[in-house]
Design a protein around this ligand. Structure first.
Ligand SMILES: C[S@@+](CC[C@H](N)C(=O)[O-])C[C@H]1O[C@@H](n2cnc3c(N)ncnc32)[C@H](O)[C@@H]1O
Length: 277
C-alpha cells in the first residue's frame, strides 16, 4: 500500500475512475457491475450482496437510470435514513455515479437542492449524465475533496454519504468540514463500513484493502468520538450487516449542535476562562 496520504488518495481516485469507466463500457473496471465496493479480497469473498444496488428497495431502483444503479458502490442507503423533506439542501459526500443525489433531489423536490461532491472526473461525468437522464433539474455536482468541502459555512440542511469516509486519509478533517457546512441543527445520515472496537488497524487491514472500503474503516468508538469532537449531538452508529469478519455496513447519525445560547447552554466569554486550565 502507498505510504503517504496523497499517494493513497491518488490510488483511490484511480480505482474509482476505473469503476466509472467500467459502467460506461469504456474500461476494464473492478467488478462494479457485480455491485461490489471494488474490493478484491475479504469483502468480495463474503459476497457482493453486502455492497451496491441490492441495498436499495426495488421501487427506488425502478426510479433510476440503469447506469446509476449499476454504478452503485455503497454499503447502505443513506437516503432511507436521512428523512429528507421538501425544500431542504442536501450534500452527498463522494457521490460516485449519482444514485443518492438523484434519490435525494427527488425527495427534496423542486424547491430543494441536492449537491454531489466527488474528486474523480469520470464519476462526476457519469453522475451528471445519470441525473440528466433521470430528468433531475435540482442537482449540482461539484469537483473537490470531502476534506475541503467547496461550500460556505451553514449552507446545508443534511449531509449524506455512502461508503466514502472510510476512504478518506484525513477523517478528522472530513468530520470538521461536515460540521462547518451544516446549519446549526443540521443532520448527518451516513452509510459507511465500521469496525468493531476490538479490531486493531492491522486487523482491519488483514480483512480487505484500503481502496476496497475495508482497511481504512473507523471503529464504532472512533466514529462516535470523532463526531462528538467535531460538534455533533445525538450521535449513533448502528451496525446493519457484516461485510467482513468484525466489520459492518453501518448507519451513522448525528445532529449539529445548536449555537450556544440557543438551547440553554452557557456561552463562555473569553474573560471567564482567564486563570482556568
Ligand atoms: C465507494 S465509491 C461510493 C460512491 C457512491 N457514494 C455510491 O454509493 O455509489 C467512493 C466514491 O468516493 C469518491 N471519493 C473517495 N475519496 C474521496 C475524497 N477524499 N474526496 C472526494 N471524493 C472521494 C470516489 O471518487 C468514489 O466516487
Amino acid at each position: 500500500m502507498s505510504s503517504t496520504g496523497d499517494e493513497l488518495r491518488e490510488e483511490v481516485r484511480r480505482r474509482y475512475a476505473e469503476s466509472a469507466q467500467a459502467v460506461t463500457g469504456e474500461g476494464d473496471g473492478c467488478g462494479c457491475g457485480t455491485g461490489s465496493c471494488c474490493d478484491d479480497s475479504a469483502a468480495s469473498a463474503v459476497g457482493s450482496a453486502k455492497f451496491g444496488e441490492v441495498l436499495y428497495e426495488a421501487e427506488q431502483r425502478g426510479e433510476l437510470p440503469d447506469a446509476a444503479v449499476l454504478a452503485s458502490l455503497g454499503c447502505g442507503n443513506p437516503t432511507a435514513v436521512a428523512d429528507l423533506h421538501d425544500g431542504e439542501t442536501v450534500l452527498d459526500l463522494g457521490s460516485g455515479g449519482g444514485i443518492d443525489v438523484i434519490l435525494s433531489a427527488k425527495r427534496v423536490g423542486p424547491t430543494g437542492l441536492a449537491y454531489g461532491l466527488d474528486m474523480t472526473d469520470e464519476m462526476l461525468a457519469l453522475a451528471s449524465r445519470n441525473a440528466e437522464q433521470a430528468g433531475i433539474k435540482n442537482a449540482v455536482f461539484l469537483k473537490g475533496l470531502i476534506e475541503q468541502i467547496p461550500l460556505p459555512a451553514d449552507s446545508v440542511d443534511v449531509v449524506i454519504s455512502n461508503c466514502v469516509i472510510n476512504l478518506s486519509t484525513d477523517k478528522a478533517a472530513v468530520l470538521t468540514e461536515i460540521a462547518r457546512v451544516l446549519r446549526p441543527g443540521g443532520r448527518v445520515g451516513i452509510s459507511d463500513v465500521v469496525a468493531e472496537d476490538h479490531l486493531t488497524a492491522e486487523q482491519r487491514g488483514e480483512r480487505g484493502s484500503y481502496v476496497g472500503c475495508i482497511a481504512g474503516a473507523l471503529s464504532r468508538s472512533e466514529y462516535i468520538a470523532g463526531l462528538e469532537a467535531a460538534g455533533f449531538d445525538e450521535v449513533s452508529v448502528e451496525f446493519t450487516h457484516e461485510v467482513a469478519d468484525g466489520m459492518h455496513g453501518a448507519i451513522v447519525k448525528a445532529v449539529k449542535t445548536e449555537a450556544p445560547g440557543q438551547k440553554g447552554l452557557p456561552v463562555i466569554q473569553p474573560a471567564s476562562r482567564a486563570g482556568c486550565c
